[in-house]
Design a protein around this ligand. Structure first.
Ligand code: NAD
Length: 256
């Protein structure tokens, strides 16, 4: 069976690569959507909305903007088609809309679809479980290109969640993001975030565990955002025909 993949945000940086990688994977590009007036890649007609895109596709890969998530969740749940969601910067309400859609369709959501980062996420959880927060301060440092609109990055938050899971705590209760001014001493068990923005950096993430006697750091550098596109298309092919549920890239890679 040839799988038909629709791309939401097809005029964007990721969307263009997703269109190319769909064809490279032997799937059919079922078209794309973008904002009105956006310039689609050559030879690709823009469809009017998500409902029209989903109607002609088996799965929709969505790398757009957080403001689209609630509407896309509703349209895809109604269509019954699978959803691969790469958009980051989601609010709690957006996440709830994604979870609601996942009761009716297969949703693969990942803050980062590169296989290497997902391996780092798995390691982060195990390292955090072995390195207690009272002794080992966990800090997450990320750098991205100057156009990025959200901070910390979705991947950095994913790393923070993995550390929190490993320690059996809730990230929101221990997160220290964007320290500035008189912050007071570091609280034991805090998970710190620092975001750098500049140039054309595709994505760099370092997870550091710092104790009084040693530092352990693990770094992932993405040189080409095509790593995310190939991973997302792999997720799309995997998602077709799956029962409803909220899946991660770890599920796709068989790492759960
Ligand atoms: P981009 O700005 O180049 O592309 C986004 C596209 O979405 C644009 O063409 C824009 O016109 C379109 N868009 C915006 N609102 C829309 C709407 N209402 N309907 C249809 N299309 C709409 O950005 P990008 O670098 O391609 O990233 C897109 C998203 O994917 C961001 O949230 C980014 O953080 C995320 N991202 C995720 C991963 C991952 O692996 N999960 C990797 C890279 C980027």
């Amino acid at each position: 069976m040839t799988i038909r993949i629709g791309v939401a945000g097809i005029a964007g940086r990721m969307g263009r690569l997703l269109a190319e990688e769909t064809v490279a994977a032997g799937a059919v590009l079922a078209g794309g959507i973008d904002r009105p007036g956006a310039e689609a890649p050559a030879g690709i007609a823009l469809l009017p909305d998500m409902a029209a895109l989903a109607a002609g596709a088996d799965v929709v890969v969505d790398f757009t903007h957080a403001s689209t998530v609630a509407a896309h969740a509703a349209a895809l749940a109604a269509s019954g088609k699978a959803w691969v969601l790469g958009t980051t910067g989601l609010s709690a309400a957006d996440e709830a809309a994604v979870a609601e859609a996942a009761r009716r369709i297969a949703v693969v959501q990942a803050p980062n679809f590169s296989p290497g980062v997902n391996l780092v996420l798995a390691l982060a959880e195990r390292m955090a479980a072995a390195l207690p927060g009272e002794t080992y301060d966990a800090e997450i440092i990320e750098m991205h290109h100057r156009q990025k609109v959200d901070a910390p990055s979705g991947t950095a938050i994913g790393l923070g969640r993995a550390v929190a899971r490993g320690r059996g705590v809730d990230l929101d209760a221990v997160k220290a993001s964007g320290r500035d001014g008189h912050t007071g001493a570091r609280k034991p068990g805090e998970i710190g975030f620092a975001a750098l923005r500049g140039g054309q950096v595709v994505g760099e993430h370092t997870l550091l565990f710092a104790s009084a006697t040693e530092h352990i750091a693990i770094t992932h550098r993405a040189f080409d955002r095509r790593a995310f596109a190939t991973g997302a298309i792999r997720a799309a092919l995997w998602a077709v025909g799956r029962p409803p549920g909220l899946y991660s890239m770890m599920d796709v890679l068989g790492m759960t």
